[in-house]
Design a binder for this molecule. Structure first.
Ligand SMILES: NC(=O)c1ccc[n+]([C@@H]2O[C@H](COP(=O)([O-])OP(=O)(O)OC[C@H]3O[C@@H](n4cnc5c(N)ncnc54)[C@H](O)[C@@H]3O)[C@@H](O)[C@H]2O)c1
Length: 460
């Protein structure tokens, strides 16, 4: 089978994923389902063959997850450090094609899809090259390192019609879908504040990752890693701890805020904030990094058809002497949605209709006879049912034990390849999530409030 006919065959097979226990069947297009024969089985030819570019922490994690989806085969890997390619062969066998040059991987006709799990500054170029070569792309978050790159990725996707999905797995989480339903049903009333923290206090959490003893220029293609950034001498610290440098990563906002922003946009349907201000500091991890280890940011979200105006504060503190911890709260006028990764709680606090008296109140300062007159008047004004105290209630939702939203995210991606259904997290969603994170960096470094046009995805 030629490359093109094989890919068409995969598309024509349509709903095969439905037979594979795919998680998101609700979204399954009816017109594809009729193509199915109940006894259809995926044969060797029907497999989706994937390659992974960037075989570091996430590359290994993504490949492992993608392979949990039936009908997927891992055939090739590209990485700039030979040790990672050796590890690929150790884990997946010597037949896996490995290369330091991702273009060799893209030139292979037997690869249908690639995972892009490199440092952030390489996401745009590799994704664009892959789409140009007719590959479907699963690109890790943040989609891009620079806003302009995001527009190029969107334009390439629109022109090539490649299947392109960003890798913020929460967007496929059944818990977030349920939270979205409850939010839309008005369970927390009018949303007015979102607050989230992802604090940590350990060296690995602060991105001081292990550096292998064989990190030498012979084993690492450092020049390619640098791409178009400033030329610096071989430096394994920059290579393995790239998150700590503006040139290659996106700091705390691109690495962590982007997950929170993606979840928020998914639940509320928001396109993004209109104003961002960020502050912070480099407090504890002064290891040569040029990004802060504490970032606090305020985002103003304007009123839209899907939500009222609200404020969001995000904080990540890698110097949290309290030991760290995370929460995300959507605060509404009638309740609070506390979001975990694949679970949530809704705590409701329904106000009494009557305002009450006593407590910390001027009523206490009235003479006894005036207090009595006040109570008489009050009881006449507010019948007993309106005087009931505030009602508190709580309900919780958790995805089943062992649930993995990353697997559902890959199922959604492969379904889009097979059926042509729209991806759950397209390039525009990706830039609308990454953009505010990149603007957060812009605000931090310029110490300015930055205005963001969420519709056009540009700094104003
Ligand atoms: N979705 C998530 O929850 C999640 C979690 C962690 C990381 N990520 C994202 O995944 C990406 C990778 O992060 P990581 O923690 O795996 O980093 P990592 O440093 O462990 O891995 C990056 C790998 O890319 C390789 N590489 C660099 N430039 C390359 C190039 N031009 N061609 C081929 N290989 C190249 C490096 O050699 C390295 O092995 C980042 O964008 C990160 O934000 C996503």
């Amino acid at each position: 089978m030629t490359d093109n006919s094989r890919r068409k065959f995969l598309r024509d097979l349509g709903g095969t994923a439905a037979l594979l226990g795919a998680g998101s069947l609700a979204a399954f297009g009816k017109e594809q389902v009729h193509l199915l024969k109940p006894d259809t089985r995926i044969s060797a030819n029907d497999k989706i063959r994937i390659g992974c570019i960037g075989m570091g922490i996430m590359g290994f994690g993504d490949v492992e997850t993608a392979l949990k989806v039936p009908g997927v085969e891992f055939v090739a890997a590209a990485d700039l450090y030979s040790g990672h390619l050796d590890k690929v062969k150790e884990v997946y066998g010597k037949d896996i094609f490995t290369t330091r040059d991702y273009r060799e991987l893209l030139n292979r006709k037997d690869i249908d899809a690639v995972i892009v799990a490199t440092p952030d500054h390489w996401h745009d170029t590799i994704s664009i090259d892959a789409m140009e070569k007719g590959k479907a792309v699963y690109c890790e978050k943040p989609m891009v390192q620079q806003i302009e790159e995001g527009h190029k990725v969107i334009a390439t996707q629109q022109r090539t019609k490649a299947v392109f999905q960003v890798g913020s797995q929460r967007v496929s989480s059944i818990a977030l879908l349920e939270a979205k339903k409850r939010y839309e049903a008005g369970e927390i009333g009018q949303l007015n504040v979102v607050e989230a923290r992802m604090d940590r206090h350990d060296a690995l959490g602060a991105w001081q990752y292990s550096i292998p003893p064989d990190a030498t220029p012979a084993n690492i293609d450092f020049d390619t890693f640098l791409k178009d950034t400033a030329k610096v001498p071989f430096d394994p610290v920059r290579f393995f701890r790239w998150r700590n440098y503006k040139a290659y990563g996106t700091g705390i906002p691109g690495d962590l805020f982007v997950h929170l922003i993606s979840g928020l946009h998914f639940i509320t349907g928001s396109l993004g904030p209109e104003r961002i201000y960020a502050s912070g500091n480099l407090v504890q991890w002064k290891d040569g990094r040029d990004v802060p280890d504490v970032v606090v940011a305020i985002f103003d979200y304007p009123e839209t058809k899907t939500h009222p105006a609200f404020q969001m504060t995000l904080r990540v503190n890698f110097a949290d002497g309290g030991g760290g911890g995370e929460f995300t709260r959507f605060i509404g006028t009638e309740g609070v949605l506390e979001l975990g990764w694949d679970d949530f709680k809704i705590k409701k606090h329904k106000l009494s209709q009557a305002p009450g008296y006593g407590g910390w109140d001027t009523w206490n300062t009235f003479p006894k006879s005036t207090q009595d007159a006040y109570v008489k008047q009050y009881n006449e004004k507010y019948p007993a049912d309106q005087r009931k105290p505030a009602q508190r209630s709580e309900n919780a939702y958790a995805a089943p034990q062992g649930y993995d939203s990353r697997k559902d995210h890959f199922i959604n991606f492969f379904e889009s390849m097979r059926t042509g259904k729209t991806v759950v997290e397209d390039a525009t969603f990706g830039l609308r999530a990454a953009g505010p994170a990149l603007v957060t960096n812009e605000s931090y470094f310029s110490k300015k409030v930055i205005h963001w046009d969420a519709q056009k995805m540009r700094i104003v």
